[in-house]
Design a binder for this molecule. Sequence first.
Ligand SMILES: Nc1nc2c(ncn2[C@@H]2O[C@H](COP(=O)(O)OP(=O)(O)O)[C@@H](O)[C@H]2O)c(=O)[nH]1
Ligand SMILES: [Mg+2]
Length: 189
Amino acid sequence: MTTPVELIERAQVLAGSCGRPDLAERLRAVRQRIDSRSVRVLVVGEAKKGKSSLVNALVGAPVCAVADDVATVVPTVVRHGAAPRATLVLGDGDGTENRVDVALDTLAARPPGAGAGGPEPARVEVELPRRVLEGGLEIVDTAGVGGVGADEEAGTMIVHASSSGHSKRRRSRDPSTTRRMRTKSEVGR
Ligand SMILES: Nc1nc2c(ncn2[C@@H]2O[C@H](COP(=O)(O)OP(=O)(O)O)[C@@H](O)[C@H]2O)c(=O)[nH]1
Ligand SMILES: [Mg+2]
């Protein structure tokens, strides 16, 4: 019987031969998630609902920017590490990544931005020595769903997720958004 991993590998080959490196990259990420022992939980929802505040509260550190306007531009992945550190991951769109160390205490004040003409920031990775993260839990603060480009970003991140949690405060979500997000959660399982 064909296993899911074999199916993914076949699909990767097909995506490559059909000139779809973007699809091949997403399948590679899915394959990586299957192999990984960590559990990645996404915090997903509309902008300004308290997602970043929730992540900061869970890990006990201001590692995600919080603001009255839209502050989260790229996702922040928070996982366990022996010492606190933050890395900005820059991607050029074809799967190549550059990693740049950033000072942890700058993350709360301003989200990392793109250098002039340089590669776009893909995500921030934060490591913290926290007991809650020790077992392999990774918490991802995402940009708000519903803004320009944000749906695409959340959809891409859900491919990397083991689970997703919705942050909902003050305003109720319209039914079409709820349906869309439920579909994305199912894709992430
Ligand atoms: N009243 C209230 N405001 C909150 C709470 N959590 C966050 N906020 C505020 O809501 C705004 C948006 O928060 P943020 O965490 O950046 O939301 P995000 O865009 O969903 O990540 C900020 O001004 C926060 O101070 C809460 O529990 N209660
Ligand atoms: Mg935010």
